[in-house]
Design a protein around this ligand. Structure first.
Ligand code: S3P
Length: 448
């Protein structure tokens, strides 16, 4: 374990481009592997999660190689063309990799075995297994369908109509990926719209995907099976879920002004920006553009005082990964910030509600925790700090507390910085280049 420590710094300044979007990177490789011909991906996230997906896709027969210019080339096998892997598919820390790949192999007539690290093997898979079983795949796993598990797919998945109980893009995408190799139309109805990168990319590769509104917040997605997908060029924007860390750092470190380049601004991902604006921060979008159906822009952000807000439950899908870093902002804000309807945070890479509550309390912040809510009592200034936080194999917990340490009175340490590489390789160097002081730490006390 590499412990890291972050200390209070003066104003952050400069500009940076955070690595490529994780969700789009996984999907570009997976859909490329199911297309005929060559797919070239520019700006792929070279984080450990996406590398685990690439390794699994190779085991399933796709050819995937990094080119000298930094782009990635995928030689796909066409829809339904994956082959039985001769080794276990180890998705390590990646829930997205595991769940989306399960959807793909569920529509192939062979057996695949999935495993992952200590975090991933604890995460619920039943939500994916139940619809994929209805489509014709069979599963043998541990209790609650947890990994390691074996999937035996079918070569003719039933085109189901599935109404999701949780607004989960992973679940939606797994069902659509299974439906890709089936006859007829697979339909997913989501109660609240979740990130739609799967729909956008599938269309980009030639699939027919129809999307209509369902109720006030939901969507109905209809995918026509067995399309002829052909290799494409994909350019991945910078990940807003990674940009969130320098963004909030610049808001809470007094006197800061930074620019983050080419940040993906898919409207189903921008809940954090809405919250920060409501709290009183100023984030200016410049040079708005669009590539392959995905919007992106440069974000200019300056430090500002913040006021507590209530984050409504319906905003959760648009900022599901940003609650830990919003909690760091809330700890510095004046008044209470409430997160509502966030039980999903209990089944991420860690139980994020518990990790936030215990970590902030150790830093001197009053926090109330319910089963699906959290109330953070900000004092209108950065907290005391001076704590060591347990990372719990969760990259976003590690980065959020390191950001908070940039403003807190005393340094904040995390007991393990290694998981940061799953989504944001280069995080420490980038934060330090902007003016941060994050360094290796020797841990003496036990972590909270
Ligand atoms: C993701 C969806 C989200 C998110 C995860 C990435 C995706 O999970 O937390 O980091 O790429 O589809 P859920 O869809 O389960 O909420």
């Amino acid at each position: 374990m590499t412990a890291l420590q972050s200390s209070r710094v003066d104003a952050l300044a400069g500009e940076a481009r955070v690595p490529g979007d994780k969700s789009i990177s996984h999907r570009a490789l997976m859909i490329g592997a199911n297309a005929v011909g060559e797919t070239r991906v520019h700006g792929l996230l070279e984080g450990d999660d996406v590398m685990a997906t690439a390794e699994s896709l190779r085991a399933l027969g796709a050819e995937i190689e990094r080119q000298k210019d930094g782009s990635w080339l995928v030689h796909g096998r066409g829809v339904g063309g994956l082959r039985e892997p001769s080794s276990v598919l180890d998705l390590r820390n990646s829930g997205t990799g595991a769940r989306l790949l399960m959807g793909l192999v569920a529509a192939h007539p062979f057996t695949s075995i999935f495993t992952g690290d200590h975090s991933l093997v604890g995460r619920p898979m039943e939500r994916i297994i139940a619809p994929l079983r209805r489509m014709g795949a069979s599963f043998v796993g541990r209790s609650s369908g947890r990994l390691p598990l074996a999937v035996t797919g079918t070569d003719s998945p039933l085109p189901i109509v599935e109404t999701l109980k949780v607004a989960s893009a992973q679940l939606k995408s797994a069902i659509l990926f299974c439906g890709l190799n089936g006859p007829g139309v697979t339909t997913v109805i989501e109660p609240t719209a979740s990130r739609d990168h799967t729909e956008t990319l599938l269309r980009h590769f030639g699939a027919k995907v129809e999307v209509t509104a369902e109720g006030k917040l939901g969507r109905r997605i209809e995918l026509t099976g067995r399309p002829e997908l052909t290799g494409q060029s994909v350019t991945v924007p910078a990940d807003i879920s990674s940009a969130a860390f320098p963004l909030v750092a610049a808001v809470i470190v007094p006197g800061s002004r930074i620019i983050l380049r080419q940040v993906g601004l898919n409207p189903l991902r921008t809940g954090l920006l809405t919250c920060l604006e409501e709290m009183g921060a100023t984030v200016v979008c410049k040079n708005q553009r669009d590539q392959g159906g995905e919007a992106y822009a440069d974000l200019e952000v300056v430090a500002s005082g913040l006021t507590g807000i209530t984050v409504p439950p319906e905003r959760a899908p648009a900022m599901i990964d940003e609650y830990p870093i919003l909690a760091a902002a809330a700890a510095c804000a004046e008044g209470i910030t409430r997160f509502e309807g966030v039980s999903e945070l209990r089944v991420k890479e860690s139980d994020r509600l518990a990790a936030i509550a215990q970590g902030l309390a150790a830093c001197g912040v009053k926090v109330e925790e319910g089963e699906d809510w959290l109330a953070i009592h900000g004092q209108g200034r950065p907290p005391k700090g001076g704590a060591t936080i347990a990372t719990r194999l969760d990259h976003r917990i590690a980065m959020s507390f390191l950001v908070l340490g940039m403003a807190s009175d005393k340094p904040i340490a995390v007991d393990d910085g290694a998981p940061i590489a799953t989504s944001f390789p280069g995080f420490v160097d980038m934060m330090n280049a902007l003016g941060g002081r994050i360094e290796d730490a020797r841990i003496e006390a036990s972590a909270s």
